[in-house]
Structure formats: C-alpha cells, structure tokens
Design a protein. Sequence first.
Length: 365
Amino acid sequence: MPRPCRSWTPPFCPNPRCDSHGAPGTWRWKRKGFYERLRGPRRVQRYVCRCCRRNFSSQTFSTGYWLKHPRLLAPLFHRLVGCSALRQIAREFGLAHSSVQRQCERLGRHCLLRLEALRPQGAPTEPLVLDGFRTFEHSQYWPFDLNLLVGASHYVYGFNDAELRRSGTLRPAQRTRRAELEAAHGRPHPEATRRAVEELVGRVVPPGAAVEIQSDEHGAYPQAFARLADRRIQHRTTSSKASRTPRNPLFPANLADLLLRHASANHKRETIAFSKRRQGALYRTAIWAVWRNTLKSRSENRRDDPPAVALGLLPKRLGVREVLAERLFPWRQPLSPWVERCYFGRIPTRRLGERCRQHTLRYAV
Ligand SMILES: [Zn+2]
C-alpha cells in the first residue's frame, strides 16, 4: 500500500459515531506520538480526535488496516481475477487457506464500496442489458442466479443474487434428495428472481429516469419492471437461443458472462473450487466488476480504455495500487439495503442456516 507522506493529514474522524466522520468541516485533531510495527511502514503516526477522543493512526486509512499480511492484497486481487482458487493462492504465499479467505472478503467489501462510489448516481446514459448468470453455492442442489446489469459500454452497473430451486432432468434419487433438503432447509421464494431484479434495477435507475433495458425472454423481468412504475423502462427482448455474436443486442451481458466464468475459479464447470457460500461468490463478483470497469480494456485486441474511462467516470485506467489506495468506510456513502447486507456478510446460505458467519468486527470494517 502507498505510504502516507509527511504532509499527509487525516481527512476525517474514522469513528462512525463522531460528527466529524461524515462532515469533517472544521474537524480538529492532534498528533499523539508514534508506534512501531514489525512490517512496513514501521513507524506509524498516531492521532486523537479532539471531538470524540478516538485514537487512530495513519494506518486507519489504509486498506491494509489491521492485516497481518497487508502486502497480500494486491497480488490477491490479480489472482482472484486470474482464476486461482483460494487454496492455490494459500500454497503460493505459504499461508493458511482461512487467511486468504479473510483477505478475499476484505477485498470484496472494499470493491463493493468502490463499485457503488463510482456508479453514476443519475440515470444511465446508455442502454442496459440484464442477464442472470447461473451458478450454485454449497452443492448443485442450491443453484442461484447472479443478476448482472451491464451497459452497452460493457460497464457493470450492479449485480445481486436470486436463489433458485434445482431444476432440469433429475434422477429419482436426486429428486428424493432434493425433497429431503427442501424439507430440512426450506425452498427458495418462488418470486426470488422478480424481487432481485426489482431491487437491482431500482438501485441503478433512479425514480423518474428513463432507460432502455435489453434482456432475454425471462418471465420474471416484465413483472419486476411493472412494479417500478415511477421509472420509464423501455424493455426489449431477444431470444436466448439467438447466436451469441457481437451483433446480438445481449452481447454486453453474454461477454460479461464469458469473462466472469473465465476469470473466476468458483464458476468453472465441474470444479471443486465452487463457492461454498453465495456471500463468497458475491464478494468475488464485486472484485471482478471493479476489475472489469476500471482495469480491463473493453477489447483485448484494441487495448482500448476500460468501460469507466469510456463513460467519462475516470480520467484514465486504474492500476491495482490505485484501486487499493485508500480505505473506504461503509458509513460515508449511501448504501442500498441489499448492498449493506452484502457488505456485512448477511446474505444467508440456506443449507448452513445459523452457521453462516457475518462481518461483525467493530474497527476493521
Ligand atoms: Zn471523532
């Protein structure tokens, strides 16, 4: 992580309950000595807030805050979008698999905030494409859709999840097993896709805005749009059987699906690196979306600008160091209820019930 220079001053109080957290205004602080660390930066300036008396340091504003291996974040980012599995990364760096998983979750939370902070707050200025990327959590008895909303520029505006019931051709033994699992853990809500699409489009398209959305002929999409009566949504459909060429109106979503499967070990067919929890898959999708929007060219052959630059949201392509340059705090930007639940790890895995770990740390949020 970049080291704060001598002239660096804390931008706001890191205590979310302090008035100076969201609106620093005339915030006052004072220096309070140094502390020594085993890893760089070895000498860290400490501060105290004059308003709430909270102690903090320059490290509090670093994405490596409270990490034992802060230098792992950047290589981990590359490997997570380079199709490595967590245990493969752990072996490379000589770490426990759980350490890599925790850092992956931190990266996911950071990228979720980064994605929300960069997303245009007004109406999208380009046609959008909506698609459900089919994958599963825990076992193939628990499929879910990653709903993606992608612009014609290939910019990923947002995503969310919708639980599904296992379908397709099942052998009698599989049908019995599905019935047992559903009796023990319940069934996904039959309108989960409609609810999720309504949340996703409602988050990206503000009330009163007009937008064109292309999608396949999924029956839940028109139902979701009908409930967003305060948005003017022009819905156009294309059969999912149409050839998936660049001329297909769904090409941005088809390409996003290809890239997501190509870049993520957890979404490969017949893999043992599948996501054990939907929450983990969502964190990895956030990392992938930041990579897609701000680092990766729209076309590999042309080596052109990433989608965020093409849309004018960024002046130039970012590097991983720039993505990780500063820590983002969840209370300093408005978050929709779904994004907040995802950030704090509250997306449940039905099969695990109460055993799902949430993100409940007080300081290293
Ligand atoms: Zn304070």
